[in-house]
Ligand binder design. Structure first.
Ligand SMILES: *Cc1c(COP(=O)(O)O)cnc(C)c1O
Length: 520
């Protein structure tokens, strides 16, 4: 007889069998991704079924799992699928999935103390430093993503500029101003807000026609601010802009930052992983000179969500910014409270999960070179897609392809092209065939294909382009009352068959006929 109410079962056999089944089901799901739609909208009835009062009574795990299978799994984001090209989403990987299970099993708290999971995180940070050419003395922590990593970068730069006393006194009216490109990610102005500096203190410097920050404009703005008595403290370069994948001239920015005594931070959310691909690495030249770099493992490195990283060249700066003093976090020379600097001394989180394990296992099992060659593969695919678009009179490319992102639009003789292209993208997403997203390039709404997923192949590009042409043609030529060009949830089965063929064979030849088969 048990004398307590532990949540562990008295007999493990049922839960063990369920766990094995879940694992088998999820492997099947991964193995058969191509046979399903990229995405399907969640029906209202299903949403409704999820809404219920706090469950006071138990429900058997098997039936809760059935709810997951029926109500959750079919309506996920779709970023596992090879034809998900929206935003910049990673595809995850099966080894990372298993690592999540192991990490959940250990339920380690990586805020601090002396244990092996923290050693794994320290190893991941050391590998990150090695990848980017940072010294071994660099420090860092894993966080949810680059948004928080950038915030940490801004906070470390802030205390490097004002001194650690900013932690007691606040920023008052120090007049701190920072600089980044007009193409920088929206989380940077937010980081400035959260750091108490205000988003207006982030100067958005115009870009050249390749999407890189203009140095002349930067120098002018810094001089103007100094003349007004402001205190420039931070320069943020971007390695891989979210719109078009542009990479700032990081070496030139490092020179400028040194000359002007600015903290040099790089937002390398996805682009930093280019350091693992020998042909791409030169594009990042100068990143090794940054004071701090924020990047994600969950995008181009294919680690399951979430896993971002902040690296700081001079580890003492990071410690000064976040070092924790509370009595209940007292360190000892020996025992579990030992272990030196704890991760909670390097960022805002105290309790932290074991995200390091999925990064460590992904890098260990596949090898960093393989992750680099996946990044290269997505760039090669983007170049092939750009070439297909350039050959197609009905499509026009709107931006150079620096890495793995292609921006283009469907061209029609008349009508509102922004509306038309937004409709084409929504048609494609709802058809389940492919999921690009949109952005604005020079004032024009662009169809944006960001190829990030290791599963994407040439056939996926053909299928996507053909579906865009069909949808565009149907919408552009049809009378206003014409039904949508592609019907919801149809066409993806045929597309899957073609995609499968494409994994084995060469680039399929056609456009028109393939699509005639694919679309109703
Ligand atoms: C994705 C992205 C971010 C935000 O990263 P999260 O991991 O989503 O927080 C920041 N900057 C760039 C350039 C990005 O592509």
């Amino acid at each position: 007889m048990r004398d307590n109410e532990s949540l562990d079962p008295a007999d493990w056999s049922d839960l063990r069998a369920l766990g094995h089944r879940m694992m088998d089901d999820m492997f099947d799901h991964l193995a058969n991704l191509r046979e399903g739609p990229v995405w399907r909208p969640m029906p209202d009835a299903s949403r409704q079924q999820l809404r219920r009062a706090l469950p006071r009574e138990p429900t058997p795990a098997g039936s809760v799992y059935q709810q997951f299978q029926r109500l959750v799994q079919p309506y996920a984001t779709g970023n596992l699928h090879p034809r998900f090209m929206g935003w910049v989403h990673g595809g995850g990987n099966p080894v990372g999935m298993l690592a999540e299970l192991l990490a959940g099993g250990l339920n380690a708290n990586l805020g601090g103390r002396d244990h092996a999971p923290i050693e794994i995180e320290r190893q991941v940070i050391a590998w990150s430093a090695e990848m980017l050419g940072f010294p071994a003395s660099a420090s860092g922590v894993l966080v949810t993503g680059t948004s928080i990593a950038n915030l940490i970068g801004v906070l470390v730069a802030r205390s490097a500029s004002l001194g650690p006393s900013v932690r007691h006194r606040g920023v008052a009216d120090a007049g701190l101003v920072a600089y980044t490109s007009a193409a920088a990610h929206g989380c940077l102005p937010r980081a400035m807000e959260m750091a108490g500096l205000g988003r207006e203190a982030l100067r958005m410097i115009p870009c050249d026609d390749q999407g890189r920050m203009r140095r002349d404009a930067l120098a002018r703005r810094v001089a103007e601010d100094r003349a007004k008595g402001m205190s420039p403290f931070l320069l943020v370069g971007t390695a891989g802009t979210v719109d078009i994948g542009a990479i700032d001239d990081l070496d030139a920015l490092a020179d400028f930052a040194a000359e002007q005594s600015l903290w040099f931070h790089v937002d390398g959310a996805f682009g930093a992983i280019a350091a693992l691909a020998p042909k791409l690495r030169p594009l990042l030249a100068g990143i090794e000179r940054a004071d701090s770099v924020a990047f994600d493992f969950h995008k181009w490195a294919q680690v399951p969500y979430d896993a971002g990283c902040i690296l700081v060249r001079d580890g003492s700066r990071q410690l000064e910014t976040f070092g924790a003093e509370a009595a209940y976090l007292r360190r000892e020379q020996r025992g579990l409270a030992g272990g030196g600097v704890w991760p909670c001394d390097l960022g805002p989180d105290l309790s932290r999960g074991f995200r390091a394990l999925k990064v460590w296992m992904t890098l260990s099992v596949y090898g960093a070179d393989r992750i680099g060659s996946i990044a290269q593969q997505t760039c090669d695919l983007a170049a092939a897609m750009a070439a297909m678009i350039d050959r197609e009179p009905a499509l026009r490319r709107l931006a150079p392809v620096a890495l793995n992102i292609v921006c283009f639009r469907y061209i029609a003789a008349e009508g509102d092209l922004d509306r038309l292209n937004a409709d084409i993208v929504a048609d494609l997403q709802e058809s389940g065939i492919a999921a690009p997203s949109t952005t604005i390039v020079d004032g024009a709404l662009a169809i944006r294909a960001a190829i990030v997923n290791h599963r994407t192949n040439h056939a996926d590009l053909t299928i996507t382009i053909d579906a865009i042409l069909r949808a565009g043609h149907a919408r552009a030529t049809a009378a206003k009352k014409m039904p949508p060009a592609i019907h919801r949830g149809q066409g993806y089965r045929e597309a899957s068959r073609l995609g499968d063929a494409g994994t084995k064979g060469p680039f399929p030849a056609t456009s028109a006929e393939t699509l005639a088969a694919v679309l109703p």
